[in-house]
Write a new protein. Sequence first.
Length: 92
Amino acid sequence: MIFKALGHPVRLAMVQRLAQGECCVCELLELSEVGSVSGPTVSQHLLVLKSAGVIGDERRGQRIFYRLLIPSVAEISFCVSQQATRAMEVTA
């Protein structure tokens, strides 16, 4: 389930950002990998990560803050994203 959750570049970028510390959705929307994705789509990606147990959330006022629940997933996501970049370079 965790690997399936990491199977999209947007979710990989989110995990890598959350490895630096918790943040709200507005901060995740600022990521260049996420910037071209609509708000509802970002919410769906967060739901996939949350359902897999990768992230957790906490409501504070009107904002929801997300954090990694499994810190080692950040290392895995980094390796996956590096491999994907290499694969794209080979096919280009």
